[in-house]
Design a protein around this ligand. Structure first.
Ligand SMILES: Cc1ncc(COP(=O)(O)O)c(C=O)c1O
Length: 426
């Protein structure tokens, strides 16, 4: 069936300004880093379909494993029952997580993974009888779109409509050598902080902002010394996005809780994981039923999603995949060097790279933020040239699937440089 514009009338698309919205492009097929529309036109998926895809679209190995599992068991309630895909995945993840991790709690997506982490941490203190209920988070953070996740996220256009419904959170800047002592002094003045939630090394939706491991280590060391639980939101940064398996691998101080989603299933199915240490879990083991963690979703630990995640982990362990990740990290650095010296009508600034992700801002007459009009013009230009990029306002970033070819990555760079050279925004 070929979709016509009128067929799309009943769908409300996310994060999309509805007035004068361009008709969405019907995609009929995916192959590696390519998306193919119903007219046969191809687009290189340069942001991994909202940061989830790592092995490419419609990967035959993942598809095969899903097909086999779908014929055996598509879903089963996850209280009172368990199943092999959930057990195998949990064992695989525990072996990859820091050594003090011992439990995997499943949910559906990145927002539920962080929501679970916050609830688990708050209830931990309640269960052990300590009165701690405040939460610490970073300015420019993004942890999802449910109410708890919105509350611990930066106050911004994303959640402005609900501001009076969000609970209070103490926000601090990300650490650098210049403000570390100030941050420590500020935290020292606070009382009753239950937990600190952070996106390690890279704040994605906040603008692909990057910060250094050394001051973060010092900050985490201090926070730990104050008996505050540390929650690493690795929903975006997990699975080698920042060059190491977890971004937390680049930090000496390990968290108490880690949130995973997005690339967990290779980008094939929705699944969330909140992993925690034995110390946290033990606080929920009690004769008192009120200490139970009363949280769950109908599709918790869906066997198909767990199967996709196991298959994705297999692919991630292959030498070829690891070599590609290293190659992408190098190519991104090289591109940013080229960007610095290339002749262009539009100027750029803040060139930065964190593992497989490169980002920079295009300088415009408007302020640097998500509502900057450049994003729409830029996306349209890229789409017309066979590349899908979706900037955060005037922040351009490239986050390719690990299977991307040299030719495809070079094409992404060429299209960006062509946009900057033609200078339509100047
Ligand atoms: C760091 C981080 N946490 C949580 C989320 C929410 O994930 P989801 O969109 O799957 O709810 C996102 C999504 O971009 C994210 O980047």
């Amino acid at each position: 069936m070929t979709l016509k514009e009128k067929d799309l009338q009943y769908i409300w698309h996310p994060y999309t300004h509805q007035k004068n919205m361009l008709p969405p492009i019907p995609i009929v097929k995916g192959e590696g880093a390519l998306l193919i529309d119903q007219e046969g036109k191809t687009y290189i998926d340069a942001i991994s379909s909202w940061w989830v895809n790592i092995h490419g679209h419609a990967h035959p190995y993942i598809a095969e494993k899903l097909f086999e599992q779908a014929k055996k068991l598509e879903h089963v309630i996850f209280t009172g029952f368990t199943h092999e895909p959930a057990v195998t995945l949990a064992t695989g993840l525990i072996n990859l997580l820091p050594p003090n991790f011992s439990k995997i709690f499943y949910s559906d997506n990145g927002s539920t993974a962080t929501e679970v982490a916050i609830k688990m941490s708050l209830q931990y203190w309640l269960n052990i009888g300590e009165k701690k209920s405040k939460i610490l988070a970073f300015n420019h953070s993004y942890h999802g779109d449910t109410f708890g996740a919105m509350s611990v996220s930066n106050r911004s256009i994303f959640n402005a409509a609900f501001e009076d419904k969000l609970f209070d959170v103490i926000f601090i800047d990300t650490p650098g050598s210049d403000n570390l002592q100030q941050l420590i002094a500020f935290i020292g003045l606070q009382t009753d902080i239950a937990c600190f939630i952070y996106e390690p090394l890279l704040q994605g939706a906040g603008g692909m902002l990057m910060y250094e491991p050394e001051p973060m280590n010092d900050l985490l060391t201090y926070i730990r010394s104050q008996n505050i639980l540390c929650i690493a939101d690795e929903v975006l940064t997990g699975f080698y996005r920042t060059g190491t398996f977890f971004a937390s691998d680049q930090l000496e101080v390990k968290p108490d809780v880690i949130c995973l989603s997005k690339a967990l299933t290779g980008g094939t199915m929705a699944l969330g994981v909140t992993a925690c240490t034995q110390k946290i879990y033990d606080a929920f083991v009690s004769d008192d039923k009120a200490r139970t963690f009363y949280h769950g979703h109908s599709f918790t630990a869906n066997p198909l999603a767990c199967t996709a995640a196991i298959a994705s982990l297999h692919l991630l362990q292959k030498d070829e995949c690891l070599a590609n990740i290293q190659w992408i990290c190098k190519k991104q650095e090289e591109f940013l060097s080229e960007l610095s010296i290339s002749k262009k009508k539009l100027e750029t600034k803040n060139h930065r790279v964190c593992g497989t992700i490169a980002a920079f801002e295009i300088i415009t007459s408007q302020s640097d933020n998500y509502l900057n009009n450049l994003g729409t013009l830029f996306t349209e230009f890229c789409i017309n040239n066979g590349v899908y990029l979706r900037p955060l306002g005037n922040t351009i970033y490239i986050m390719p699937p690990y299977c991307i070819t040299d030719e495809q990555l070079s094409k992404i760079y060429d299209v960006i440089l062509a946009f900057l050279a033609q200078g339509e925004m100047a």
